[in-house]
Design a protein around this ligand. Structure first.
Ligand code: FES
Ligand SMILES: [Fe+2]
Length: 362
């Protein structure tokens, strides 16, 4: 058995990858920070779960389940009172931890709580963790950790393919040439940073075949940088550049119903000092945004119609198979409920046990 057929047989068994009912526990973007001002409350649906999100007086963003535990009014219709959220219907009030702190017609509030979700802000976006306690941070590239950044939003698009399938694009070497007309002699080295993050770093490509790179060649010495860092199977950060300038392009995706995805793109570069540094960054961000738009145009067409099925992998698809296998080892949740998605075998075994217990009790 060769490497490809070994990988292929493991891909056939995948349960999470490209499954329209599943996503991986992690950080997902909700909306741009500037769309939620102090005192605002909004209704949002993320990965099939209905939520209410608000910004209190202390500027902190709180995300909670949508429906009021009293009678089910949507809390997105409520009002922000200081750092708390008051239900629109009978004015029951909940603090930032979701604890009921006031019921107007009772002397004491009842000991009830709405579920809240870990919420944070980064890159001008609000993010939520889809579990109890975040196990890892909001997606970032290794070289960006603890760095101050300038960033600009790129296009936001909806595609008819699962986020996992769209993510593959950044390591699909063959299409660099056929779709984007770029050299495809990239060789990736993969490294798993931890259970939820993996990087693919170019070890070979020197850009000699690309016209644009030949123009700027006198200005750089080392090999062209092209690396991709994936988080939770749904956010990818592409780092691209020469030794004097690295641009980072983030694609962060959420699974919509029926295996579709919604993507937000973001371009980031390290902050530079002074007014000239600021102007330089502004220009680079603008230029990169134009490139990103052009690239996305080439790719989105295929994601509207493709039915992903890697039936015939070749050596050039090896990184794709490594990405799929990495994804299968992460914690899968069900779209809509955010409960742990269990394997069918476990479910069958449990229902057999239930029947056996029921019969033995009779
Ligand atoms: S439904 Fe929310 S207070 Fe009654
Ligand atoms: Fe592409």
């Amino acid at each position: 058995m060769n490497v490809n057929s070994q990988n292929l047989s493991s891909i056939r068994k995948n349960k999470t990858f490209n499954n329209p009912e599943r996503f991986i526990e992690g950080w997902y973007w909700v909306l741009p920070s500037q769309n939620l001002r102090v005192g605002d409350v909004k209704a949002v649906t993320i990965l099939g779960r209905e939520l209410a999100i608000y910004r209190g007086k202390d500027k902190r963003v709180v995300t909670c389940d949508a429906y009021c535990p009293h009678m089910g009014a949507h809390l997105g219709e409520g009002n922000v009172k200081g750092n708390e959220l008051r239900c629109f219907f009978h004015h029951w009030q909940f603090d930032a931890e979701g604890i009921c702190v006031d019921i107007p017609c009772l002397d004491e509030p009842l000991p009830i709580k709405i579920r809240t979700w870990p919420t944070a802000e980064k890159y001008g976006l609000i993010w939520i963790w889809t579990g109890d306690i975040p196990k890892h941070p909001i997606p970032s590239a290794p070289e960006l950790e603890y760095k101050e950044l300038d960033f600009a939003f790129g296009p936001r698009i909806v595609m008819n393919s699962h986020p996992h399938v769209v993510m593959i694009n950044a390591i699909d070497i063959q299409h660099f040439n056929t779709v984007h007309k770029l050299a495809s002699d990239i060789v990736f080295e993969k490294q798993e940073l931890h259970q939820n993050a993996i990087t693919f770093v170019n070890t070979k490509y020197d850009g000699r075949e690309a016209l644009f790179l030949n123009v700027i060649r006198p200005f750089y010495k080392n090999a062209i940088t092209y690396s991709v860092c994936y988080w939770y199977g749904s956010t990818g950060i592409v780092t691209i550049g020469t030794d004097f300038l690295h641009v980072h392009i983030m694609f962060t995706l959420r699974l919509l119903e029926a295996g579709k995805s919604e993507a937000q793109s973001l371009i980031m570069i390290k902050k530079r000092q002074g007014i000239f540094g600021w102007l330089y960054n502004l220009f680079v961000l603008w230029l990169a945004k134009t490139f990103v738009k052009h690239f996305i145009q080439g790719d989105t067409k295929v994601f509207q119609t493709m039915q992903f099925n890697l039936k015939t992998p070749i050596k050039a698809d090896q990184s794709i198979m490594q990405f799929i296998n990495h994804l299968e080892r992460q914690k899968p949740l069900n779209w809509g409920t955010w409960n742990l998605a269990r394997s069918q075998n476990v479910e069958i075994r449990e229902s057999r046990e239930k029947w056996r217990d029921a019969l033995s009790n009779d």
